[in-house]
Ligand binder design. Structure first.
Ligand SMILES: Nc1ncnc2c1ncn2[C@@H]1O[C@H](COP(=O)(O)OP(=O)(O)O)[C@@H](O)[C@H]1O
Ligand SMILES: [Mg+2]
Length: 362
């Protein structure tokens, strides 16, 4: 009977990895006793958006063999990773959120991605690497709060702050952005590295890094020191933002850098007037070009987030917009998180570990 059930479960396919759940090793501890069938389903991440789909399919397949079976599916997860570093080795996936231009909503997307992952049960942290314009203190409502630093074996250890289930660290907690303005690139890089590596992150499924606009020193510091799962590119529909997003894509795709681009998010994609919810306006020129970029560079569109004054109001109050589940923007942000989770799972199943970039100086 067990064999028969296992055979039936082989017809449940993971649509992302395009293999069946038995071959993928997701089904374990199958037990059949007097009409009771129990098994463990091991997902590739606690944030798996296909959880319900797998469960329903499994029950259906088992009932096709034992119609009145009492089925018990114990769901757990083991987040996939390709990282194996000694530095920050307890972090399974590091994802950097980047954009070409500033002001496109990169920090908004990064904060909502981190909080969305945490809300789905993944161990998540957010690192704000934008020294000149740190966003975490405001967007998480943690202004004027400093993380604790303790001395352990003559080493300083920083305890990250925590809110909405997410661990949070920001260069803005320690460094006055006005003073940092006169810092040179290497100083910023070493401050970033120190905060990254001295923070007691614990075990993490995902660390989301919010980066400054463009592709500068911090981005190089990141890819030279940490093996990234990939980057998420954020843009708005305007040509000027998209052109800069393409530059960022080209940088990460450059053979000397070669960091996977998980996908692109179009923020401020369209506007739905609150008094006319059936209308949808593309208020920025260039709408449609994100589809062209997606095709041209073979990059998935992870989300198209509407422009809504409430997204901004909430951010100013320290509350990530994804928590507003019954809004259009809340739903779109959640889709963006689901698509990113799936893109990470596919990336981890199909590509090797990202190599640390070695820049040769002449
Ligand atoms: N979809 C949106 N709708 C309305 N306002 C937004 C949206 N996305 C971002 N904003 C607002 O736009 C401003 C810039 O966003 P931010 O995330 O700081 O951009 P970046 O990090 O790219 O500089 C912030 O005030 C933010 O609240
Ligand atoms: Mg920002």
């Amino acid at each position: 009977m067990k064999q028969k059930i296992l055979e039936a479960l082989r017809s449940v396919i993971d649509p992302d990895l395009q293999k069946d759940i038995v071959t993928l090793g997701m089904v374990q501890d199958l037990d059949v006793k007097e009409g009771k069938v129990s098994l463990s389903l091991i997902l590739t991440t606690p944030a798996c958006p296909l959880k319900k789909y797998f469960e329903t399919q499994i029950i259906e397949k088992i009932k096709s063999i034992i119609p009145d079976a009492e089925v018990n599916v114990n769901i757990s997860s083991k987040t996939t990773t390709v990282r194996s570093e000694s530095i920050m080795g307890n972090i399974k996936n590091i994802v950097a959120v980047v954009s070409g231009k500033g002001g496109v909503g990169k920090s908004t997307i990064a904060v909502n991605l981190a909080v969305g992952l945490a809300q789905k049960g993944a161990k998540t942290a957010f690192m704000d690497a934008d020294i000149h314009g740190p966003s975490a203190p405001l967007m998480f409502g943690l202004e004027n709060i400093q993380p604790q630093i303790i001395d352990k074996d003559h080493k300083q250890i920083i305890t990250p702050l925590e809110k909405y289930g997410t661990k949070i660290m920001s260069m803005g907690f320690f460094i006055d952005p006005d003073k940092a303005l006169i810092w040179r690139g290497p100083m910023i890089g070493s401050a970033f590295k120190q905060i990254m590596e001295d923070t007691d992150w614990g075990e993490l499924d995902y660390l989301v890094i919010d980066t400054p606009p463009g592709t500068g020193d911090i981005h190089l510091t990141i890819v030279q020191n940490y093996s990234l799962t990939g980057v998420v590119i954020v843009t708005t529909p305007q040509k000027i933002a998209i052109n800069d997003a393409v530059k960022a894509i080209n940088m990460f795709k450059d053979p000397n850098i070669n960091v996977p681009v998980l996908g692109i998010v179009e923020n401020m994609s369209y506007f739905i007037p609150p008094d006319a919810p059936d209308k949808k306006y593309n208020i920025f020129s260039g709408s449609g070009s994100i589809e062209e970029i997606s095709k041209m560079y073979n990059i998935q569109i992870l989300g198209q987030i509407p422009i809504d004054p409430q997204v901004c109001d909430e951010a100013d109050k320290g509350r990530p917009a994804i928590l507003d589940q019954n809004t259009n923007y809340g739903r779109e942000l959640e889709k963006m998180v689901d698509n990113t989770v799936r893109a990470i799972a596919i990336r981890n199943a199909s590509l090797p570990k990202t190599k640390i970039v070695e820049i040769k100086y002449h």
